[in-house]
Unconditional design. Sequence first.
Length: 632
Amino acid sequence: MNKTAENNQRTMPSIVKDAFRIHAHPFPWKKAIGSGIASGFPVLIGALAGHTDYGLTASIGGFVYLYAGGESYKKRALKLLSVSIGIALSFGLGTLLSDTVWMMAAVLGLIGAAAMFIFSALGIQGPAPMFFVLAFLVSSGLPADPSQALFRAGLTFLGGIFAMSIALIGWLWNKHGPEEAVLQKTYHQLAACLSAVGTSGFHNAQHQTVLMLRTARQTVLGKGNRRKKSQHDERFFRLLEKADDIFLAIIHFSAETPDGEKAQIEKALRQTGDMLGHARVSSAFQINENESEPSRKLFGEINEALHIALGRFDKQLDGEPSRLPASFYFLRNAFDWQSPVLIRSLKYGIVLFAADMFALTFGFARSYWIPLSAAAVMLGTTVVFTLHRAIQRSAGTVIGVGLAGAILFVKPGGVYIALCIAALQCLLEMLIVRNYALAVPFLTANALVITESMHGGADVGYFMIARLTDVAVGSVIGLLGTMLLWRRFSTKRLPELMRDVIRLEGLFMEKLLTGQKADEHKLRVSLVRLRDAYDKALGEFPNTHADALWPAISGAQHLGYYLLSAQAHHRPPAPFSEEEMKQLRAFFEQAEQSALMKRMPADIQVPNVPYYPRISKELSALYSGLRTAFEK
């Protein structure tokens, strides 16, 4: 059994331990400071103007800053403007519907589901629906006055625009900073992949590199068609395309380089990857004639990347520019009962509706804290991750409520409230990269300071007990919703996804052997979907034994990447007879049925392709993996 899979056998002590594991990520100082300014400054302006309540409303828009990711400044501006409008609209709707119980709960579920769907379908970075939900719930808890809906929404929008300006300020001195940063990370990940060649961690490094390449492509190109670009944009596009080429060259290198050459070449490639990962440009590497063909190919690709980094490339692309599906294509495809995006969005909306109805029906004071807690807990992608969130939120909330109680006990004035909000938000962003549990106390305290200050505050002792109760109830509802609704969705999808990958690999290999061009994009996407579903299935609870499928999934993944690498290296058609082709088709048909029906494949001969010895080896590995996965 794969070691990664073994480590995913979950017990309650290990789940609790994992929930509090500290990650060694660097502190995001710039983002933390920017977030503090975006949330605290509107309150400060309101306090100085004698309307702290206006500043507190605008500070809800300050959460827009948290949606800034690694995208280009142009895409960031469009995204944050859309988020500002969405959060302002949510705040206005909360004010309008605060007196209608059923309508409030229904619209809350709709807002949460719609935001989750759009963010997931388009692959948009950020805290997804969380602050749309928060804006709606906080406004619904204010004194009911529908006539104030437009005014409150306007204040929230202004706060969002201010947060957007903070997030875009880097454009003034480095217009292409985000693109440069993501490409540096991409080449650094390529270096990590190179260093893993020949080790047990190569498969995981390979998958992480594919994910990094996907992130870089979304950052540099977005989801739309690639139109005419500036020289800078063209350079980024070329570096991105060259990163794809280097990745396939690494697969080729790992498959065909003799062991005797491995250590020396690996060292050289690691140094090259590290250099490119830190955006330092060097002169081209000298390629010795006695190097193997895979080594020369890899050095050649790296030298081309160095030329592109120096701006030495033709200003026009050869042939037609690459085209990516437009955003509506992703949204349309997500409307499918087999889509994890749609299922997760429906689950989120249903649980929010149920939590809000529960809170309103039983008359909880400040009832919005229950659905808000459920919303935070439900951001976990699986039952195990949701349980992590529940544990982290429960532990952090106790500290956060105490911290908020201490702040509110001294009844701070407007300026001091602004400073507290800025400080709490800054600490939240500093610590959330290490562990969500470390950030929850500051997240809870910040939200409580904002909302309780809006309401004028109640008795501190009562407020602390009420908030702890609300958070506990909301966390339980969120956890129950995750456990009851589509709880084994990823596990049930695995056989079909594995069948799809094997089918595409069979078609791909047939075209490869006959000298035709196969569809690389479909195979890449299917490989990533399969691995994503497998990772999510491991997190489903109780144990669904998804890890038993690892030998088959590993075999399918390895075969897919070697096929992609083989096509990239443009060999002439293989001398393959019609009889051998029939045998190959029969093998893939048997493998497809084995994956879909979850049964051992029949005793058949595994095709041998001497022209591609490594692919022959991977066909055998796939067959063995299917037999191991489904043996009784």
